[in-house]
Design a protein around this ligand. Sequence first.
Ligand SMILES: [Zn+2]
Ligand SMILES: [Zn+2]
Length: 338
Amino acid sequence: MRTAVITAPGQVEIREIPVPDVGDSEVLVRIAACGICTMEANLYAGRMNVYPAAAGHEISGWVEKVGAKAADLEDMPAVGSLVTLDGLPRCGTCRACRRGQSAICVALQGQVREDGAIAMGAGLGEYIVLPASRVWSVGDTDPAVAAMGEPLACVVHSLRRGGFRAGDRVTVIGAGYMGRLHLAVARHLQARGVCVVERDQQRLAAIADAGADAAVTPEDVGHLAPADVVFVTIASRESIATALASVADGGTIVLFGGGPDGPPAELPGYEVHRRQLTVTGSFSHEPDDWRAAAELLRGGGLAERLRTLVTARYALDEVEKALQQTAGTPVYRVVVTP
Ligand SMILES: [Zn+2]
Ligand SMILES: [Zn+2]
């Protein structure tokens, strides 16, 4: 099988390796699509120094073979069915995993594959083997949409961290890909209203058809109805200040997006106390989030809306073009289909 490996900043190699063996509790999947996320863009740009990396963690595919024990599991997808995959392993034994918080597992990345590549999703290739517990059936949908299972699981996790309930007013700060997913899912799960705050004019214009009740620049946030939950998908001092200005008394701010090099924001202690605000973080996902994400992908209106977020599709040979395009704006999801 062919597999793409990022060997150094700006360098990708297509390697030929054997199709992996399937263990008793594992599933072999023929990969249908793999989205390019920030992690892959960072590896390609040299901002994340882990080489050689078998990257690509937003994966969908068709079940090719099911291990003997896995076949007996309840809800195990049949051979030939479309699945979305949780490609990033959790250790199961660290303090966080044992406390039911595997999203913050300390051993999130990095088994070394037989060809020497560090498996960080390993979705940019033709086949993948995963434990049956990380394979989720999605029914009949566009494989590029099915590959959104991982980011959707992140968004479900974020909604859960924010205590979101149907009927809540929501404000999403940032209209990039993750902001758009927050908007789509909150809308789908019966938010009373969803407003979006974005500075980039192109992204703001693109939001017109995306079902937001209002889309404004940070200067105009005072015109929005106060939100029960505010999702901050762009980490900056400005977005945290905007979140404080748009959250309702008693509401919750979820810090979802974040780069480690962002400037620290000030937390106004008195305001948090007097207005009884909750400020929380959200990172990655847990199995329960995957369960919900797989159901969200299963046909219907949301899958159709998500399809508009597929910016471009490339063959595996063109993976470098896909990585390069991801650096542009507005790019929502660039997908590689082997
Ligand atoms: Zn991702
Ligand atoms: Zn762990």
